[in-house]
Design a binder for this molecule. Structure first.
Ligand code: ZN
Ligand code: ZN
Length: 333
């Protein structure tokens, strides 16, 4: 079903959706890619097996990190089959050695289920998150009731497979395991719940991996504004290589039924606010904006994805390059 949908989308795209790329490898600029991203899960719930997870490496590094882990092993298998990882790579090699750390945006199931399920066969590694998120993982999942305690906090005995590392909101960049990457966490507002945007840096280059978020205007929040202010200098300098962000629902949708998520029109508004801070819409020209967390209908994601893709391409946002992520197909920024 998903393959049919993507075929449909490619044909649809070929019919003239300017500015829309569909899970094809691309580069932001003529500069060499700084990041490799393998989407391990790209949907926003209802169906398990492809919920939010992004494997991110610094170009040339063997070990990277997983930004969210809603789906791990099925996403790794899909990526081995589709070229996101080299053919013949054992899934265990990816899980045990290539994923050096987890960044968790928030503790909703569609962002952590893969981590919990794979944990009995995982290697020791850190989980980096805002303190409230780590506390929720320890209290709600690794608590000897939902699951054995694989962490180094919470209800004893502590199996200590995972080491929680608390990140300070907006703090100095923190090195992530042996990945050659650093991370800074920025809080997001997600239907009143806490979520996180991770600013990931490889030397002077940066990308954003964002968890679920509603628009500031609907959330009565300034968290996206704060994030856009933080990354605007990177946009001005041409150092922001990509934004991974959600668009859960197509338009039209009532603000009262967003439940802490974005639509294409709200994403356009938020990117326009970033453009103002960065010096104008043209500053975002060609910037890859990778779309995930589309909430599929239970009978198939195709029509929803097609609608969101069209609405993103047609709307009033800056001239970014939207990329509808496909599970397992690698991207280069
Ligand atoms: Zn979610
Ligand atoms: Zn969520």
């Amino acid at each position: 079903m998903f393959t049919e949908m993507l075929t449909f989308l490619r044909q649809f795209g070929a019919m003239g959706l300017a500015g829309l790329a569909l899970a094809t490898p691309l580069m932001a600029t003529a500069a060499p890619a700084a990041f490799d991203v393998v989407p391990l899960g790209v949907e926003g719930g209802v169906v398990e097996g492809s919920t939010s997870a992004w494997y991110i490496t610094r170009k040339g590094q063997e070990q990277g990190l997983a930004c969210d882990a809603g789906t791990l092993v099925p996403g790794i298998r899909a990526a081995i089959a589709k070229g996101g990882f080299s053919a013949g790579t054992p899934a265990s090699e990816v899980l045990h050695r290539r994923i050096g750390a987890y960044l968790i945006t928030h503790p909703h199931l569609d962002h952590v289920a893969g981590l919990v399920m794979a944990s009995p066969d995982d290697s020791a590694k850190p989980i980096l998150a805002l303190p409230e998120v780590n506390a929720a993982l320890a209290a709600d999942y690794f608590n000897w009731s939902a699951w054995p305690n694989m962490g180094d906090r919470g209800k004893p005995p502590l199996l200590k497979r995972y080491r929680y590392e608390d990140l300070a909101a907006g703090g100095d960049p923190v090195p992530v395991a042996e990945t050659g990457l650093t991370v800074t966490a920025y809080p997001l507002s997600h239907g009143g719940a806490l979520s996180t945007a991770f600013l990931i840096r490889a030397g002077d280059e940066a990308m954003l991996c964002m968890g679920d978020t509603g628009p500031d205007a609907v959330e009565y929040s300034v968290r996206l504004e704060t994030l856009w202010q933080a990354v605007a200098p990177l946009v001005r300098a041409g150092r922001l290589r990509a934004i991974v962000i959600e668009t859960s629902y197509p338009d039209p949708r009532k603000d009262s039924e967003l439940f802490g998520h974005l639509t294409p029109s709200w994403l356009h508004k938020e990117l326009n606010r970033l453009a103002v801070l960065a010096g104008g819409k043209d500053r975002l020209k060609g910037l890859p904006v990778v779309i995930g967390h589309i909430k599929p209908a239970i009978d198939g994601a195709g029509p929803v994805v097609a609608t969101i893709a069209r609405q993103l391409a047609e709307g009033e946002g800056p001239p970014v390059r939207y990329v509808i992520a496909e599970q397992g197909v690698g991207l280069h920024f």
